[in-house]
Design a protein around this ligand. Structure first.
Ligand SMILES: CC(C)(COP(=O)(O)OP(=O)(O)OC[C@H]1O[C@@H](n2cnc3c(N)ncnc32)[C@H](O)[C@@H]1OP(=O)(O)O)[C@@H](O)C(=O)NCCC(=O)NCCS
Length: 188
């Protein structure tokens, strides 16, 4: 269709262009109803974007890897001046989180209602606890737990906590495929 202002993604969420650039979403991603993804955004295979998430790639780019999940009501944005957002594989971002100009490496975890600010980073398997605020330029090291507003280092993640987080992220990847197959069968 010419002059299309949006497209419906697999799952029912909407994709919008910005500056002539459309989001690129791998085929088996689940993009839930109410989700809106705008502009320079790339999402890898098996990732899921849940109800009412906004991902806005306008003044920079958002790249999300494989089998990651962005849960309901979260907002993912970038900052002008080249502060992009990069999210790796098997990352879990809890409900109502705000991720702004941040890099999150593979297996990283952002608890629900947490926020990350410009130029912050969560290294592989690092965790920002629910409700916490990672201030600008701060880095959570590999497999570290940070907590509070502003977030501070608490301790190394225990093997049990790391296992729980892998369980959570795998669980979301599986749940997304169930939602996706239900959506595709109802759509026929
Ligand atoms: C970080 C987390 C794993 C708990 O860590 P923990 O060290 O095992 O925490 P505990 O329950 O043993 O509590 C230890 C102390 O930290 C406090 N605490 C726990 N979680 C906290 C949080 N998110 N922010 C601030 N303080 C917290 C507790 O109140 C307790 O304080 P006290 O010693 O004064 O009583 C948990 O709070 C969390 O963030 N889980 C993520 C849940 C989530 O977002 N899931 C995504 C959706 S699926």
């Amino acid at each position: 269709m010419e002059n299309q202002t949006f497209k419906i993604a697999n799952g029912g969420g909407k994709l919008y262009p910005f500056g002539g650039v459309w989001p690129e979403i791998a085929d088996n991603c689940f993009i839930a109803p109410g989700a809106r993804i705008i502009g320079n955004v790339k999402i890898g295979t098996g990732s899921s974007i849940w109800f009412n998430v906004v991902i806005r790639g306008d003044v920079g780019s958002v790249i999300i890897g494989e089998s990651s999940n962005i849960q309901d009501g979260s907002v993912i944005h970038v900052s002008s001046g080249g502060i992009n957002t990069q999210i790796g594989d098997d990352v879990l971002i809890g409900h109502m989180a705000m991720v702004h100009g941040t890099t999150i490496e593979d297996g990283g975890f952002v608890g629900f209602n947490a926020a990350t600010m410009d130029n912050s980073r969560i290294c592989a398997r690092g965790m920002l606890a629910a409700g916490s605020l990672l201030s600008p330029g701060k880095t959570i090291g590999e497999a570290e737990l940070w907590m509070g507003r502003p977030a501070k280092y608490v301790r190394e993640m225990s093997p049990k906590m790391l296992e729980n987080n892998v369980f959570g992220s795998n669980g979301y990847a599986k749940l997304a495929q169930k939602y996706l197959s239900e959506y595709l069968s109802l759509k026929k």
